[in-house]
Design a protein around this ligand. Sequence first.
Ligand SMILES: Cc1cc2nc3c(=O)[nH]c(=O)nc-3n(C[C@H](O)[C@H](O)[C@H](O)COP(=O)(O)OP(=O)(O)OC[C@H]3O[C@@H](n4cnc5c(N)ncnc54)[C@H](O)[C@@H]3O)c2cc1C
Length: 490
Amino acid sequence: MPGSRHADLLRALRAALGDVAVRVPDADHPLTEHLQDWRGRYHGQALAVVSPADTAGVATTVKLCGAHGVSIVPQGGNTSLVGGSVPDASGEQVVLSLRRLNQVLSVDADNLSMTAQAGCTLAAVQQAAAQAGLLFPLSLASEGTCTLGGVLATNAGGTQVLRYGTARELCLGLEVVTAQGEAWTLLKGLRKDNTGYDLRHLLIGSEGTLGIITAASLKLHPAPRGCATALVPCANPAAAVALLREARQVLDAGLTACELMAPLPLSLVHTHLPDVVKALGGLPLPSAQTLHAGSPWWLLLEAVSPLSDADAQERLAGVLTDTSASLSQSLSQRAAMWRLREAIPMAEKTAGRMVKHDIGLPTSHIPDFIAQVEAALRQRWPGSAVVCFGHLGDGNLHFNVQPPAEQAQGAGFDAFEREANTLVFDAVQALGGTISAEHGIGELRKHELSARHPAAALAAMRAIKQALDPAGVLNPGRVLPLADEGTHQA
Ligand SMILES: Cc1cc2nc3c(=O)[nH]c(=O)nc-3n(C[C@H](O)[C@H](O)[C@H](O)COP(=O)(O)OP(=O)(O)OC[C@H]3O[C@@H](n4cnc5c(N)ncnc54)[C@H](O)[C@@H]3O)c2cc1C
């Protein structure tokens, strides 16, 4: 139970927001969905989970928490893959859930824009655009749960970045509550606006450490009239990169997705989610045994057309020289191909603990990276395996490493993780890549960021944090470690 020092804060929050907005975890209502991350790696405690109904309520919460010296963890759908959205173990933080701010405020078809509150799920934003005959293209496997505020706070990527960009490129304006509990509203929906520092870009990707996003105006696109998807086998990653290059040449901006899947993640889907493979119907995917033996790799390619599905199919067919490639003939076949790709994280989760990496590289270096690092891992741990898949079109790989059986749990796993991270991130750095392409830094990667980012860039980040949140109210110790945390590895 919270001590009396915090009883005053809880009373003040209840008086301002209503009892329903202030929940204290207890044995009957542990509120685990707010205190544990999606992967089950981080388990926090909280003084309370506070869910204001509007921007004024968010501002009040921040002011009251600040006045009581209590820090805040902003939370949307709690789908963070880097532990950024759950409180620490102290039980002294407030989780500020944005989920009740869930209204789409307006859609402007002539301006190709919409404005929505931060707690809308990504799927709700997509649906509101679709109802107006338009497209909000950001698409993630977590879209039914993750929120607009969360995808902007993490600058999420997903499957359509190749054509439409990350969340950053799709945001025209923000409404934000500062660490002092003041709100600024810049939701004009303009393509051009050079009025001083662009605070929007500072807030996007700041992971709840610089301000709380309460609403956003978004860029919409015309909904394509036609779409086609293909599953294409490739002998190896170099062949996949060559096919991507050809697809870009032939389809230009009509190429919307290029997802790479190694044999092993597909064999995990075969084993753990067989219904997903069955739903492919007649489309050829090799047996689990063939995939387990290491071939072939697969690309999921998608193309759109301003005319029709038939036109999109014809354009995409122009790229498919391999006769064993499958080209979708219906919406249900397209959906089944995407389900295969999107089932991989769940199949991995079922398969057991892995060391996760969300890395980015120049696409040209990806084949070398995979070959070099797989060989080095096999040499160091013959029983380990790499589960590699991701957004090849953006140079973003989920390069996850399955430990040998004897290091699958406990301290053995922790030691394996430390060493595997060093091996993978050293190679990423040597090839000019990034240790976090789309998931962000959060809790998981903050020590690696500190160890590997240029000192002057880190100093600039700390100065920005200090200027905007000098009291450390917003998600302290996330992205940048606290001064007393040292420089040990995560
Ligand atoms: C199955 C699965 C698939 C995924 N696939 C992808 C993918 O393809 N690409 C990708 O980029 N990510 C992916 N993710 C990661 C995740 O969905 C994204 O990070 C998402 O953007 C987080 O949104 P959220 O609302 O759940 O935010 P949360 O997880 O609640 O929070 C994430 C971070 O943002 C902060 N935050 C949340 N809301 C706000 C706000 N309103 N204002 C300020 N800060 C805020 C939090 O403090 C935290 O630091 C996936 C996750 C899962 C579980």
